[in-house]
Design a protein around this ligand. Sequence first.
Ligand code: NAD
Ligand code: DAU
Length: 354
Amino acid sequence: MILVTGGAGFIGANFVLDWLADCDEPVINLDKLTYAGNLHNLASVEGVARHLFVQGDIGDRALVAGLLAKHRPRAVINFAAESHVDRSIHGPEDFIQTNVVGTFHFLEEIRAYWNAMEGMEKAEFRFLHVSTDEVYGSLGPHDDAFTETTAYAPNSPYSASKAASDHLVRAYHHTYGLPVLTTNCSNNYGPYQFPEKLIPLVMMNAVAGKPLPIYGDGLNVRDWLYVGDHCSAIRAVLSAGQAGEVYNIGGRNEKTNIDVVKTICTMLDALHPASPVTPHEKLITYVKDRAGHDRRYAIDARKIERELGWRPQETFETGIRKTVAWYLANPDWVANVATGEYRHWVEKQYGSQA
Ligand code: NAD
Ligand code: DAU
């Protein structure tokens, strides 16, 4: 079996659902259920015996040691993290606690577990750490895309905390020989994304007739990848990646934020003409820029394509169409995540512009 952390969040839940649909191997899913963890994401596998959900913190060493001893996973995939840049700007502490301190405690327990293994079990064990392209910093308009050897230059408390966790993972391989794999992926979108992030926020506000907040001039560039393609890349790295190696994951879909938002508005004009305000573009509202806002991210994914034969299945056009359709088809999920905590966040981040 495998152990997945953060499997009630956006990418982790998509990974667990795809895994259970595609193979028979059981999954233990360890998630703290922070504001971003949502068991509704896993509703379709409720009662599935191959899925064991455990609420808990990756930094809880006794809990982690007990899970490892009891279930003896052959691999661990670490999605658990604080993940939202704007939240890290308002309050970095949770990011340091989970992404740095939590990852450290988790690695210590994984190391002890792996050290006690022998033979093939030890040789085949893998710890896969899921990271982000944001650790590489910000690109100018004509710079080459990030490769696995681009120097780290994180600019936000979030990306600095992820960079720290990547360095710890790297050090545990270099120093102790722990068989680690690290993936650095670009911006994901798709079903079950918490509506603090650009695409689900825009979907939710647009159908409610609320402003669509664009930071700064709207010309920051992100390199978008459909979440199912990120999950298939992680599976490819887990099964055939070389221990100690880093793999960048991306879909060559660079878009400005304003282009992304206008694309969603145009789709909604056709698919949801009953919204209170149409055309939906009328809702676009330029707001104060994010502090330290990275201008451009772009991933060079040639290594994973060449060495592991991975390719994304979705273009941005097909992926965003699926995503818009999913949010429209799942109003109950959207209503469920719009909790008190979510409303509190919107008030804090956007104030009277919300
Ligand atoms: P998310 O915020 O939607 O989910 C994070 C999950 O981790 C939640 O279920 C939360 O409850 C859980 N969690 C948080 N702290 C925990 C702790 N201490 N112990 C156990 N569980 C804890 O995040 P996401 O967007 O799904 O991102 C998952 C991972 O992928 C993160 O490591 C993130 O840095 C990375 N990543 C995200 C993107 C993206 O575009 N969203 C892109 C590249 C990499
Ligand atoms: O690049 C990978 C990263 O992508 C992940 O590591 C992070 O976990 C994930 O949150 C994401 O970070 P971003 O900051 O790029 O994503 P976000 O959806 O928050 O913002 C995308 C872009 O849209 C960014 O340039 C900021 C802008 N934005 C965002 C929000 C929430 C707006 O213009 N308005 C908004 O209201």
